[in-house]
Design a protein around this ligand. Structure first.
Ligand SMILES: Cc1cc2nc3c(=O)[nH]c(=O)nc-3n(C[C@H](O)[C@H](O)[C@H](O)COP(=O)(O)O)c2cc1C
Length: 176
């Protein structure tokens, strides 16, 4: 059975991106999904001095190993000021110091959601440009705008968007 790693690019306990990832995880078929939480991989803010003096913390290695040992990756990125959340950028930076090609060519379903109408389009544009340079194999991209209006009781309630997401999940699973 394929083993998928799924996580939100957020350290919020009530992360809307985590809620979206959880919903998607429940829709995948015939695979085992392991949900990760950035809060379980706490790291100091990346700094070259820390790296030189202390080294690369274990949590960066642990998260990277999760990605490496997976068959596919589901991510939903929080957007902060048009970019990655600090929590995600930090673990991304730390992992890139161990292995630049940190997505290991694994099929990826890349998503974002936000309370606003752009649904994290800015952070998605950044990730679509950047992740392939780290060997991401982005199979599908999905954005959920107006989270509060379009998501309730653990699922997407806008039929059109839900259909779009289900198609993306199907394509992602075919690529595994
Ligand atoms: C510092 C900060 C900056 C934000 N900037 C944006 C933004 O640029 N675009 C956007 O759509 N939402 C922005 N938001 C709102 C986030 O999308 C919202 O907090 C969302 O819940 C974050 O996702 P999460 O719940 O998964 O952490 C920002 C929130 C914070 C705290």
């Amino acid at each position: 059975m394929k083993h998928i790693i799924a996580f939100a690019g957020s350290n919020s306990k009530h992360s809307i991106n985590k809620q979206l990832v959880t919903y998607v995880s429940g829709l995948t078929k015939d695979c085992q999904v392991e949900m990760l939480d950035l809060n379980d991989y706490e790291l100091p803010i990346y700094g070259i001095d820390y790296e030189n003096e202390v080294g690369i913390p274990d949590n960066a290695h642990k998260f990277l190993n999760k990605l490496k040992s997976s068959d596919g990756i589901i991510i939903s990125l929080a957007e902060h000021n048009g970019a990655y959340s600090t929590a995600f950028k930090n673990i991304f930076d730390w992992m890139s110091r161990i292995e630049s090609k940190l997505f290991f060519d694994k099929p990826m379903l890349l998503m974002a959601t936000s309370p606003g109408g752009r649904g994290g389009q800015s952070v998605l544009a950044i990730a679509r440009d950047r992740f392939p340079r780290h060997d991401a194999n982005i199979v599908e991209v999905f954005s959920l705008p107006f989270f509060e209006n379009n998501f309730a009781d653990g699922k997407i309630i806008n039929e059109e968007l839900d259909e779009q997401l289900k198609n993306s999940i199907e394509q992602f699973q075919k690529a595994l």
